[in-house]
Write a protein that binds this ligand. Structure first.
Ligand code: FPP
Length: 244
C-alpha cells in the first residue's frame, strides 16, 4: 500500500479531492434505480475516508452535490438528500470517537432546515475537536464559480462598509473568503467515472493539483485504486511554475 513506504519521490498528498462520479451508470448496469448507485457511492465514501485517515492523509474532500445537480429529477434529489441526512446522523455519533472533523463546503442557502440543522451540529462538534484530527470535507450545493462569486461579494461588501480597501485584496486574503478558508489546497485531484473534466470543482484551489483520472465507477472504487492514484502522485515532479 501507499501508506508511506514506496520508493517514490513525493511525500504522501496532504489533501486529496475526489469527484464521486459514476453512481448512476453503476446502478444502470445492474438494472437498478440511480438512487441505489448513490447509496453505494456513499458507502464508498465512508470506506475511502476511513482508509485515507488510516494511511495518514490529512484532508479528504468529496464532491457530493453540485449547484447544478438540482436539475436532476425530484426523486433523485430527494434520494441524495436522504443519504446526506443519514450520513450526518452517523457523523454526529462518530466524529469524536473516530477522531474526524467534518466540514461542509457550498452555499447552504437552499438546503432544507432539517438538513441545515444537522450540518450546524456537525460543524459545532467539529469546531471543538482538535485541529490535528482527520479533516473530512463534503461539498453540498457547491460550485467553484459560485464559491468565487460569493467570496467576491463578501469582499465588495467589506469595501462598501469601509472595512477594506480594494488594494487590500491579495491571493491570501481572497482564499480566506472561500468556503475552504483554512484548508490547504488539494495536492491530488481524483476523478473516477471516465470523464476528463473539472465540473466546477475547487476551481481556485486546484491551480497546482495533480490530476488522476480513472474509468472505474465511484461505487467500484477501492482502496487499491486509491493506492494507485497516490503512487502516481508520488512519482510526479511538482514544480509549481518553477524550473527543474
Ligand atoms: C455523480 O454520479 C454523483 C452525484 C451527483 C452524487 C454523489 C452522491 C453520493 C456519493 C452520495 C451522497 C453522499 C453523501 C456524502 C451522503 P452520477 O450520478 O452523475 O453518475 P453518472 O455519471 O454515472 O450518471
Amino acid at each position: 500500500m501507499s501508506g508511506g513506504n514506496t520508493a517514490a519521490g513525493q511525500e504522501l498528498p496532504r489533501h486529496i479531492a475526489i469527484i464521486m462520479d459514476g453512481n448512476g451508470r453503476w446502478a444502470k448496469k445492474r438494472g437498478l434505480p440511480r438512487s441505489v448507485g448513490h447509496k453505494a457511492g456513499a458507502e464508498t465514501l465512508r470506506r475511502i475516508q476511513a482508509y485515507c485517515h488510516k494511511i495518514g492523509i490529512r484532508y479528504l474532500t468529496g464532491y457530493a452535490f453540485s449547484t447544478e445537480n438540482w436539475k436532476r429529477s425530484q426523486e433523485e434529489v430527494n434520494a441524495i438528500m436522504a443519504l446526506f441526512r443519514h450520513y450526518l446522523l452517523e457523523a454526529i455519533e462518530s466524529l469524536e470517537r473516530d477522531h474526524v472533523r467534518l466540514h461542509f463546503f457550498g452555499d447552504m442557502g437552499p438546503i432544507s432546515p432539517e438538513l441545515l440543522e444537522l450540518v450546524h451540529r456537525t460543524d459545532d462538534i467539529s469546531a471543538h475537536l482538535p485541529e490535528d484530527y482527520f479533516h473530512a470535507n463534503v461539498c453540498l450545493n457547491y460550485g467553484g464559480r459560485d464559491e468565487i462569486v460569493r467570496a467576491a461579494r463578501k469582499f465588495a461588501a467589506d469595501c462598501a462598509a469601509g472595512r477594506r480597501r480594494p488594494e487590500d485584496l491579495d491571493e491570501g486574503l481572497f482564499a480566506n473568503l472561500l468556503d475552504t478558508a483554512g484548508t490547504p489546497d488539494p495536492d491530488l485531484f481524483i476523478r473516477p467515472g471516465g470523464e476528463l473534466r473539472l465540473s466546477n470543482f475547487l476551481l481556485w484551489q486546484s491551480a497546482y493539483a495533480e490530476f488522476y483520472f480513472t474509468d472505474t465507477l465511484w461505487p467500484d472504487f477501492t482502496t487499491e485504486e486509491i493506492d494507485r492514484a497516490i503512487d502516481a502522485y508520488r512519482n510526479r515532479e511538482r514544480r509549481f511554475g518553477g524550473a527543474k
